[in-house]
Structures are given as C-alpha cells and as structure tokens.
Design a protein around this ligand. Structure first.
Ligand code: CO
Length: 293
C-alpha cells in the first residue's frame, strides 16, 4: 500500500514536470513559434577575411528567406580586438542569451568550422545548456561542420580541385593549409588528403597546429622532386594563418620553408567560404537542422 502511493506520487510529479516544460513560456502561455539561425565561426579580425563571412551571410539568407540570422565569434581574442575598433561581436552564449530574450523558440546553430573538433563540441555543450534552462528554447540544434558526413569529403575535394588556379600544371603541387587540432578529428585532414590524391596525386594537405605538419609535406615534396607549389588555405577565411603562416615573409612561414627547400611557391589567398559550392555544403547541413523544427 505504502509502496503504491510512492509510485503514484512519482508518476504524478513526472506529469507535472512534463506539463510544466511544455509551457515553458510561463503563466501557462505557450510562446508562439519563432525560428532563428545562429552562425558560429572562430572569427577573424582581418578586413580581408570579411569577404568569406559576407558570402556565407548572403547565401544563408537567400536559402532561408524570412528567418533571422545572427552571428557569433568563438574567439574571445578576436572579439576583444574588434571591440577596441568599435565592432561588437557576440560569443555563442551572448548571442543565444539575446535570442532567448527576443522570444526565439527554435534555434538552428550552424557551425562554420571545417572539422568537428573542440569548438564544434563546445557548441553542442552550449546548445544543450540553453535547451535545459527554464526559459530556454523549445528546440535548439547544431548543424554539422563542413566535413560532417562522409560524402562531404568527396564534395569538398571536387570543389577545391575545380578552384585550383588554371595555370597550375599537373607536375606542380597544390599544398592546402588546414588549421589542425589536438582533437582526434584532426584525422579529417589526412582523410581529405587521401580523397584529393585519389583524383590528383600532387595535392597535399598540411596543418598549422596538428598533423601532417609542413615538415611532413616538405619531405614528401622533395622526395617527389616537386619544383613548384600552389599554396591554398583549407580554412573558411584567408585570415591571419593564410596571410602570415602560409604566405608571409617570416622564416617559419610555409612559403619561406618551401622556398628555402628549392620549391617555388605561389600563394592563393582565398578562403574556402569564398567558393559558393563550399558554402552550399554548410547550407545543406543547416537545411537538415531546420527540417526538424
Ligand atoms: Co588558429
């Protein structure tokens, strides 16, 4: 008897709890559905990198007319730098708090990252936390980064190959500069190199902060007796890494390292988000998220 009443109370409490969360708008009023998109990138303080963000913004708004689009930068260093120039950019959490305050009920966060590394997983955590709040969103989902699904690797390979400068000859190398990470998803760069080399054996993928390193790539280029290399960013923007670590004059830039090894370098300063067909992969991931609302 006593046991039965405990079960009854537990079920009753569960009903109250479920009923309460369905009416999260407060005072028994269910909030009207309001959908929004939050685009999240690491960010860049370089004015030349803005072309990538503008292109993404334009194509997302075109694909989802009428859905408000907000932006967030995950890098606090870049946000603080821009704030000093009078440009206020939100963190993911700040952008979500503002959206919550504005009565958004369904938020689609789109990661503009290349791989599902540390920052992407951070987004999932933040989204989860905001979904748990008492006045939180009814639905908050995160779209895959660029290399989210297996066929994305194939698509990205095709688009990048199509955008290699036309004067490049088959014997010249194309060296792509990925960001790289200590996260296990760093393996995507080697996986991309495999896909590229299935189509063109002289395309290589190195990273700034992970493996393969530029020394690994240099060793391979020398072994293959390559004399000329086109260097292209494998990052959404041609920002600080592309302009300094890839194409810069410093001794440790990729251009300097390869030039010293006798390889002529041709840097191409274009971020992947400048190519519409790359942006369309992020758009497709966002479409998948919005389909669940
Ligand atoms: Co970096």
């Amino acid at each position: 008897m006593k046991r039965n009443s405990i079960v009854f109370i537990t079920v009753f409490m569960a009903i109250i709890f479920i009923g309460y969360s369905a009416l999260a708008g407060g005072h028994g009023q269910k909030q009207p559905m309001k959908k929004g998109i939050l685009l999240v990138t690491f960010g860049s303080s370089m004015p030349q990198a803005q072309v990538s963000f503008k292109n993404i913004d334009k194509r997302i708004k075109k694909a989802f007319p009428g859905v408000p689009v907000r932006w967030a930068y995950t890098s606090h260093i870049i946000r603080h730098k821009l704030a000093k120039e009078g440009k206020k950019l939100d963190s993911t959490e700040m952008a979500l708090a503002k959206m919550m305050d504005e009565g958004f009920t369904h938020v689609a966060i789109q990661s503009l990252h290349t791989i599902a590394g540390q920052e992407y997983h951070g987004l999932i955590q933040s989204a989860h936390a905001f979904g748990q709040m008492s006045e939180g969103f009814e639905r908050i989902l995160v779209g895959y980064p660029l290399l989210g699904k297996e066929d994305d690797l194939e698509k990205v390979t095709e688009v990048i190959i199509k955008n290699i400068p036309k004067d490049r000859k088959k014997k010249d190398a194309v060296v792509l500069m990925g960001h790289g990470s200590h996260h296990p998803s760093n393996a995507f760069y080697a996986a991309m190199m495999y896909h590229f080399q299935q189509k063109d054996p002289n395309i290589f993928v190195g990273t700034v902060e992970g493996a393969p390193t530029i020394d690994d790539i240099k060793a391979t280029l020398l072994k293959k007796k390559i004399k000329k290399a086109y260097l292209m960013p494998f990052m959404s923007v041609a920002g600080d890494h592309a302009r300094n670590d890839m194409a810069g004059d410093e001794d440790d830039s990729w251009t300097s390292i390869l030039t010293k090894a006798g390889i002529k370098c041709v840097p191409v300063l274009k971020g992947t988000a400048e190519y519409d067909e790359i942006v369309d992969i992020w758009v497709a991931h966002l479409k998948t998220v919005l389909m669940h609302f």
